[in-house]
Design a protein around this ligand. Structure first.
Ligand code: ZN
Length: 132
């Protein structure tokens, strides 16, 4: 109950803003006080909360992750996407947001992002709304 599933077709690496979908899930749940858990069931994608006001921030996060986790010839994984697995583990596969008075308790500059590290893919993510 109060579990929402969303699909996302990714064409590029990067951060996809899903704040609106999470707000929609929280609103349709009827939960006034509780939590929204946003969860990504993939191993080369993740969920994060970061700045939503300046789109350069999401771009810079991607640039930083590319620098921190480049493709390396010593990687063994046969699929050839270990750099994407590393980024997914660094970012994490879920985020939790407090719901207060029926609204997500996000900071002024914050947004919730689905992070794609191995495009193109047909992705999904879940939002679970829990009343406290
Ligand atoms: Zn892989």
């Amino acid at each position: 109950m109060n579990l929402f599933e969303y699909t996302l077709d990714t064409s590029r690496q990067g951060f996809y803003n899903i704040t609106g979908q999470v707000r929609e899930a929280a609103a349709s749940s009827g939960v006034a006080d509780g939590f929204a858990v946003v969860y990504c069931p993939h191993t080369t994608a993740g969920i994060t909360i970061n700045e939503n006001a300046d789109p350069d921030v999401a771009r810079d996060l991607q640039v930083g992750l590319d620098k921190a986790f480049p493709r390396r010839p010593e990687f063994l994984h046969g699929e050839g996407n270990s750099h994407a697995h590393l980024k997914a583990s660094a970012v994490g596969s879920s985020a939790t947001v407090i719901i207060d008075g029926g609204k997500l308790l996000l900071g002024t500059w914050q947004g919730i992002f689905f992070c794609e590290f191995d495009p193109p893919r047909g992705r999904k993510y879940y939002v679970k709304i829990i009343g406290s």
